[in-house]
Ligand binder design. Structure first.
Ligand SMILES: *[C@@H]1O[C@H](CO)[C@@H](O)[C@H](O)[C@H]1NC(C)=O
Ligand SMILES: *[C@@H]1O[C@H](CO)[C@@H](O)[C@H](O)[C@H]1NC(C)=O
Length: 716
């Protein structure tokens, strides 16, 4: 196992001595010390730390540690201690007078000496030189030869890359860290070193072009969201461009309305392409390229019946039509298929790659098909359309895409993609594979989701139980939470069935510091404060105790208040309890009916110590200002984590997936807008889905926080 040296790039005194020491070690045994920078003022409260396994040392100890582990690389450890101390304490100071005294000392020591100890650079030189290098005031002193021996010694060591190279190393890493920080989707700087390492091959800053190519045939779901976000991420990271391309090559499936909904979905993800394009814009071009392939004998027309073609492909048997002449192929393509004749409809065009390649994706894939359905953009101009396999490499290449992100299910088809680029002699595009995300207990299939909509099991495609972008956003997922999640999953190439709690926990990190705190009471029980305020009074209180920027809210204090039934039932006569953000009260009367408390009387004891009470209770003034609310929670649609092949999803539907709790909330709710995310204290996070109107309560959806367990077992 090697050592890792982590250096705080923004430390007031950068750990140059440790960096130089690491260079010495690495010069002798390559990569023995891995060097990392963080864009912070400190690591573990020090300017640097050295770790190996679970052993960690910081600052000055790093030198001693490395010297004892690599005595050949770093000599003179015995005598270096005082110099390490001298460097750290007396040379890093910024007070000119004190610094002058230290430098005089060093200058006289270096009289008649080339190095601090002995006849070659040793650990003492590393410590002292590094300390001087980290002191911004020293540069000009050295240059002006104020302390001539120090200058001589300093310049001598500087000619050694092991010394001078560290500044460059730091500069480069700072630039890298800045670049990484820029990547943060919301423009905020990332506080710590990114914990993932996703780079694109041969990416040139400013020249990267990525694309997100949805088919306009449905709504985007969480799987698409990953692709869209990753494409945007890379475009931003490399200061390049993102193309949104509608892959509209199949008129039987596509509709204009889906095109609009996809753009809306992208907006919900905070994604706006630099350009919106359509594969159909390139129909002419693709036609010409198909003609070219046919003329060069690299494609042929095939009218083998579908089933037979499939079987031949499976068995690696060449089609009987494989050796048709160029003339015959051309005629079928440019006349029969193009005109959509009966003969044309029987045929398709296949690339002549191989009939028996072990990779079945290379067994003469179909590149053009006849289809008489009018296209939503080109109408009846075309009667045949390129397939996805043919279209994508060509349009990627034509549009200047530099990096094509594809999910790993396409991995078998990557050689095919490359074959087309080569056969057509068009610009090369890099392919970057990533794993799609799957979540437990849901369905992504368009057909199955449509079935649920049709059966009325969910309200629509934006139902909060749906894995659609609309659905999860409506449930309370933030753009930032989603992005953080996707980017953290970015480089993973394993398709795994993720627990929803992972993505909701990422979301909670985003909303918790900014969600205003409010009060809601369910199954309210009346509490009368006998010596409470004679009439209701309003006070301004912070919406978030730890984050004043969130603003203030109105809190009404009144002698009649409401508390949750559950809280009421936990109280005892004579008990002292705390009303949160008000003070202590003592129960003077408790009226019970059966097991439940029906009403309570208390008297104030505002001098009471809240640390001594057992119950701290949320309360709400029982005035006309309170707002009726409907708190809605949801469960997963499916009762099984992952449906197996052959499972009929209809047998695994969760019987009940929607739960309503009526309650009342504080007056501030009236000013909320749909989409606002808040916390009802001691209850959880909620998103306002619908304001109160026509006597109906305001509807809030519970936002999962990754911790709650659903009725049917899975975390959410
Ligand atoms: C060190 O500096 C002193 C003057 O500060 C000078 O007399 C002496 O020659 C220097 N020594 C060397 C080795 O250059
Ligand atoms: C296809 O259409 C073109 C132009 O409309 C026509 O000249 C040609 O004869 C047609 N070919 C066939 C085979 O129908």
């Amino acid at each position: 196992m090697s050592y890792t040296l982590t250096v705080a790039a923004k430390a007031p005194v950068v750990a140059y001595p440790a960096l130089i020491a690491a260079q010495f070690v690495n010069a002798q045994s390559q990569d023995a010390v891995k060097i990392e920078f963080v864009d912070e003022k400190a690591v573990d409260k020090a300017s640097a730390k050295l770790t190996k396994g679970d052993e960690t040392v910081v600052d000055g100890e790093i030198l001693t540690k490395l010297a004892s582990a690599f005595p050949k690389a770093l000599t003179g450890a015995e005598t270096a201690q005082e110099w390490i101390k001298f460097g750290a304490e007396e040379l890093t100071i910024k007070d000119f007078k004190k610094l002058a005294t230290s430098l005089e000392k060093l200058d006289s020591h270096l009289n008649y000496r080339s190095f601090i100890v002995g006849y070659k650079p040793s650990l003492a030189d590393v410590a002292v030189w590094g300390s001087l290098r980290s002191n911004g005031m020293v540069g000009s002193i050295i240059k002006n030869q104020v302390y001539i021996n120090v200058s001589r010694w300093y310049t001598l060591l500087e000619s050694d890359k092991k010394f001078s190279g560290v500044a460059e190393l730091l500069q480069k890493s700072v630039a890298d860290l800045k670049k990484q920080a820029k990547v943060k989707p919301d423009g905020k700087k990332e506080g710590h070193k990114a914990n993932f390492d996703i780079d694109l091959q041969d990416a040139v800053d400013g020249q990267v072009v990525t694309r997100f190519p949805p088919e306009p045939s449905g709504y985007l779901h969480i799987g698409h969201a990953k692709a869209a976000i990753l494409n945007q991420y890379f475009a931003q990271q490399y200061h390049g461009k993102l193309i949104i391309r509608f892959d509209d090559t199949n008129p039987s499936k596509e509709k204009t309305e889906f095109q609009d909904s996809i753009l809306e979905d992208l907006e919900l993800l905070g994604i706006k392409g630099d350009k919106i394009t359509y594969s159909s814009d390139y129909f002419d071009h693709m036609y010409d390229l198909a003609v070219k392939l046919i003329k060069e004998g690299k494609a042929y027309a095939d009218d083998t019946p579908l089933e037979k073609m499939r079987q031949e492909r499976m068995d690696g048997i060449p089609s009987e039509r494989r050796e048709r002449t160029v003339e015959e192929n051309l005629k079928i393509f440019t006349e029969e298929m193009k005109n959509g004749t009966e003969e044309g409809l029987k045929n398709c065009i296949r690339a002549k790659i191989s009939f028996d390649n072990p990779n079945k994706a290379l067994r003469d894939p179909v590149i053009y098909r006849t289809n008489l359905t009018p296209h939503h953009r080109t109408g009846s101009e075309w009667k045949m359309y390129p397939t996805y396999d043919f279209c994508v490499p060509i349009v990627d290449s034509l549009e200047g895409v530099t990096h094509s992100l594809r999910t790993i299910e396409y991995r078998d088809r990557n050689p095919q993609y490359e074959w087309f680029l080569k056969a057509l002699n068009i610009r090369k595009v890099h392919i970057w594979d990533f794993a799609r995300v799957n979540f437990v207990r849901t369905l992504l299939s368009k057909r199955k989701l449509q079935w649920m909509v049709d059966k009325g099991l969910v309200s629509n495609w934006d139902d909060p139980r749906f894995p659609t972008v609309r659905g999860v956003r409506r449930r309370g997922m933030t753009v930032e939470g989603l992005r953080n999640f996707v980017i953290s999953q970015g480089p993973s190439k394993n398709i795994i069935n993720l627990d929803w709690s992972i993505i909701w926990a990422a979301n909670k990190k985003v909303i918790d510091p900014i969600a205003p705190r409010h009060t809601a009471v369910v199954e309210p029980v009346k509490v009368h404060i006998v010596d409470g305020p004679s009439k209701p009074t309003i006070e301004k209180k912070p919406k978030h105790k730890k984050n004043p920027e969130v603003g203030e809210k109105d809190v009404i204090y009144a002698s009649d208040i409401l508390i949750d039934q559950e809280d009421a039932d936990s109280l005892e006569d004579g008990e002292e309890l705390t009303l949160m953000d008000w003070g202590n009260v003592i129960v003077t009367k408790l009226v019970k009916e059966g097991d439940h408390v029906k009403s309570i009387e208390v008297k104030l004891n505002l001098d009471g110590d809240f640390r001594k009470t057992k119950h701290k209770v949320t309360w709400l003034a029982d005035t006309e200002d309170k707002v009726e609310v409907d708190l809605v929670d949801f469960d997963h649609l499916i009762t099984k984590d992952k449906l197996d092949e052959g499972d009929d999803f209809e047998n695994f539907l969760t019987p009940k997936t929607e739960f309503h709790t009526a309650g009342v909330a504080d007056v501030n709710v009236k000013s909320f807008k749909v989409g606002d995310i808040i916390q009802f204290e001691r209850k959880g996070y909620y998103r306002l889905d619908k304001q109160a109107e026509n006597g109906k309560p305001a509807v809030f959806f519970t936002i999962p926080d990754g911790k709650t367990v659903s009725k049917y077992g899975a975390k959410k």
